[in-house]
Design a protein around this ligand. Structure first.
Ligand SMILES: [Zn+2]
Length: 167
């Protein structure tokens, strides 16, 4: 642990405490060089999840990257930050149900698409266009076609529901 004051590489841990129910460990440290005291917080993590990219490369799962992708898709749409965080939480929970060590990036993309589909068609299409961009235009167009079908189905279902409600 590097000292934040002088940059010296060796610090001594003088006290360690865990903060209950948060999986966080607080460590009081003192720099062996300048003697400054400071506190660090360490989060207890399970084995970090890795993402399998389409070319088989692996990279650490990055929630920030996921958030950025979603935020780009919902830009200027009437979607609150709370909804965005909800999507992120649900996607992570769904990943955790099935994947422990590694998850294909395709799975993450599809989970986000599923959420956006129910929330906002514009955000959905934006995300899909990024998601499919390295694939092929044919695949994207096929997806749009499928989407169009689903939306008209959704609309007609909605009409049926509306009718039932007015009865
Ligand atoms: Zn120091």
């Amino acid at each position: 642990m590097k000292c934040p004051y002088c940059g010296f590489y060796d610090t001594l841990v003088v006290d360690t405490r865990s903060i209950k129910e948060a999986s966080i460990i607080r460590r009081r440290r003192v720099c062996r060089s300048c003697k400054h005291k400071f506190t660090t917080y360490e989060r207890l993590e399970e084995i970090p999840l890795r993402v399998i990219k389409s070319d088989n490369r692996r990279e650490p799962f990055n929630v920030e990257k996921l958030r950025e992708g979603i935020l780009r898709a919902v830009e200027k749409r009437p979607i609150s930050s709370e909804v965005v965080e909800q999507i992120i939480t649900e996607v992570q929970q769904e990943i955790a149900k099935k994947y422990v060590l590694e998850v294909p990036s395709e799975v993450i993309g599809k989970l986000v698409l599923k959420k956006l589909f129910d929330i906002d068609p514009v955000a959905y299409i934006r995300f899909a266009s990024v998601y499919y961009q390295y694939d092929s235009i044919e695949k994207f167009l096929a997806e749009l076609k499928r989407l169009k079908k689903l939306f008209s189905k959704k609309q007609s279902n909605k009409k049926v529901e509306d009718k039932n409600e007015t009865k």
